[in-house]
Design a protein around this ligand. Structure first.
Ligand SMILES: CC(C)(COP(=O)(O)OP(=O)(O)OC[C@H]1O[C@@H](n2cnc3c(N)ncnc32)[C@H](O)[C@@H]1OP(=O)(O)O)[C@@H](O)C(=O)NCCC(=O)NCCS
Length: 347
């Protein structure tokens, strides 16, 4: 039976070989590129060694459970938490209980365990372990051009008709509006953003702690993806920020709105940030803006700003271990601020 252990520096090659076998060479090269940033530079890491558990069989690594530590804010208290990322078991060892042992080891060692964007096998495993089911994080899309409403599964004539019918509406929601506030591009999250987080956090029921060291690491420092960041300012003081990037998909260009923070009572502030993103998306010739957002009041502002709710496949699981929570805790998620950028899915 394999031995479960923390990853040691000398295991890195064997763990990388397992990763390459299961996820392929491109994913392995990309994992290698972000490794130091992901596991050594994370300001929320509890120690210098990465929080990665491995299943060891002689000199081989036959399973890995890597995690991304974060501080989780839950109803006014802070928990040492982590996202489960890059969980993998060697194909010939799958369905023999190793995944269950690795998940159990992770859970026993963390105050709150978080997962997002599950694969069919990990979804099955979470179900077997009876983790609370929260459903997917709602997906909202704002169309900016007629290409935004085209669907790969529709025949071209149908796509042409739908996009022609939708065009006047799209033009109306996509037209530029005045910001009404000062919004500026930034490349540095300084201590003022920690103060912003401390002001806003008490109004959120659950969120990853978005202080300046975390934000700088997560959105400015990553070596594998480049984000744009803009801050909402009032006489130089930040009232909010937004993080986004533009990318090409199979049929269109999309601007991904990966994270934002404002006071949930400041709808006008969020509207200004969204208008800023509209302009940036238009300048980048994007066909749509896509955002995953759980917080109900933020979603209301998004919908008022021209976003539509689309079917989401972004499954989300969380399990609080730091203290007992009733089952109802997992059903009241309207005040939880979880977005795509929170985990490490956007790569
Ligand atoms: C996810 C993974 C780590 C699970 O490891 P594992 O050792 O096979 O897990 P276990 O043997 O403990 O399986 C426990 C349960 O998970 C579920 N499960 C595992 N593999 C599954 C699959 N391919 N399809 C559906 N459910 C699956 C089943 O409920 C299983 O219980 P059962 O065997 O009694 O039916 C492994 O399947 C894997 O490496 N998958 C490929 C990589 C991946 O998808 N990683 C997760 C990214 S989010």
């Amino acid at each position: 039976m394999p031995v479960i252990d923390r990853l040691r520096p000398e295991d890195r090659d064997a763990a990388a070989a397992l990763y390459r076998r299961v996820f392929g060479s491109d994913a392995a090269a990309s994992s290698d590129l972000r490794w130091e940033w992901q596991y050594r530079d994370n300001p929320s890491s509890p120690g210098p060694e990465p929080m990665i558990w491995v299943a060891r069989e002689g000199p081989s690594i036959v399973g890995q459970h890597a995690t991304m530590p974060v501080r989780l804010w839950v109803h006014g208290r802070q928990i040492a938490a982590s996202w489960g990322i890059d969980v993998v078991v060697a194909p010939e060892r799958q369905r023999q209980g190793l995944g269950e042992i690795l998940f159990g080891t992770w859970e026993r060692n963390v105050g709150a365990a978080l997962g997002i964007g599950l694969s069919p096998s990990s979804r099955g495993l979470f179900e077997k372990l009876r983790w609370p089911r929260l459903g997917p994080i709602p997906c909202l899309v704002k169309p900016l051009s007629r290409r935004a409403v085209k669907r790969a599964e529709w025949p071209e004539p149908l796509n042409r008709v739908v996009s022609a019918v939708a065009l006047p509406y799209i033009r109306r929601v996509a037209r530029p509006r005045p910001l009404g506030h000062e919004v500026r591009v930034i490349r540095q999250f300084d201590a003022r953003f920690t103060a912003l987080w401390e002001r806003v956090a008490p109004k959120l029921d659950l969120a990853v702690q978005r202080d300046a060291p975390y934000l700088q690491w997560k959105y400015i420092a990553p070596p594998h993806v480049r984000y744009s960041v803009a801050a909402l300012l009032d006489e130089g003081e930040p009232l909010g920020y937004v993080v986004y990037r533009h990318m090409r998909e199979a049929r269109s260009r999309v601007t991904l709105l990966v994270d934002f923070l404002v006071d949930p009572d400041d709808a006008a502030g969020l509207e200004a940030l969204l208008r800023w993103v509209d302009r940036e998306a238009a300048a980048a010739d994007s066909d749509k803006i896509r955002c995953h957002c759980l917080h109900a009041r933020f979603r209301r502002v998004l919908r008022r700003s021209g976003y539509f709710t689309r079917r989401s496949t972004l499954d989300f699981v969380v399990k609080i271990n730091a203290w007992p929570v009733p089952a109802s805790f997992y059903r009241r998620t309207d005040g939880w601020h979880i977005m795509l950028g929170d985990a490490d899915l956007d790569r």
